[in-house]
Design a protein around this ligand. Structure first.
Ligand SMILES: [Zn+2]
Length: 260
């Protein structure tokens, strides 16, 4: 079921991967934010869109390059596909090797993953861009390194889609992230963002929920700094953080590998 968060702005929370997809109705077409984890899932989404409107999908926006948000892109051939310039670059460079990550999460669906045609954004920007849907303008902004190198905030009126810069119902994923930079990026994103916040996965958040998660990610960054500056071993620091030790260890190891 699509949930209408504001006039003409919807989200659909899928059981598969607890992923959120956004939909914005325009005058002559609609915009879809994130396209799900495969062509099969994207086809299901396309069917469901018909319950909202007969208008075509004219724009797709990828919140970041991760497979669970972009592997459905190929199923929207008539649409402009928007994303950050580094989202495009990473998808072009990684190519089919992105499927290895998907295979870890979906071991029962290897054939389906193999069939995915990886389709990077064709319309890219560096700091900000807007898409005029006639009825409304959708603003896209980039705030720096965070969950990946290319997370963007997609704002339409009182709703902001923040991709995996925020996550509800599960700890954030740090494997491709920049834990030391993430708090500053997220703070800037929340500052310009609207009051209804849609994370990449899980339930919607308000500003207080986003601020609480920012504090947790700040605690991770502080521990990463202590590992570097005070020489605390990762295993010791990992039990001091706001998330389970395995998540903390992956965050701290990633920070030491790419930000130190
Ligand atoms: Zn992600």
């Amino acid at each position: 079921m699509f949930e209408e968060l504001a006039n003409g702005v919807f989200r659909r929370r899928y059981e598969s991967l607890d992923l959120n997809v956004g939909v914005v109705l325009g005058e002559q077409g609609i915009l879809v934010i994130d396209t799900r984890a495969s062509h099969v899932e994207a086809d299901e989404l396309r069917e469901e869109l018909r319950t909202l409107t007969t208008l075509p999908v004219r724009w797709v926006v990828d919140t970041h390059w991760h497979w669970d948000h972009t592997f459905g892109n190929a199923r929207f051939p008539g649409a402009e596909i928007w994303g950050h310039e580094l989202c495009r670059k990473t998808m072009v460079e990684l190519g089919d090797s992105m499927k290895e990550d998907a295979a870890v999460w979906l071991p029962d669906r290897l054939e389906e993953i193999a069939e995915v045609v990886i389709t990077p954004p064709t319309s890219v920007f560096e700091t900000a861009a807007g898409i005029d849907l006639g009825r409304v303008v959708v603003e896209m902004t980039y705030h720096g390194l965070g969950h990946t190198d290319s997370d963007i905030v997609v704002t339409v009126g009182e709703v902001s889609f923040m991709g995996d810069l925020l996550e509800e119902g599960a700890p954030p994923v740090f494997e491709d992230g920049f834990p030391m930079s993430w708090p500053g990026t997220l703070e800037s994103a929340v500052e310009i963002g609207s009051s209804i916040i849609v994370p990449g996965h899980g339930d919607t958040l308000d500003r207080a929920g986003a601020a609480a998660q920012l504090e947790e990610i700040r605690a991770v960054a502080d521990l990463a700094h202590r590992c570097v500056e005070e020489g605390i071993p990762v295993t010791e620091a990992a039990i001091l953080g706001p998330y389970p030790p395995d998540v903390m260890a992956s965050a701290l190891e990633r920070a030491l590998a790419v930000e130190h």
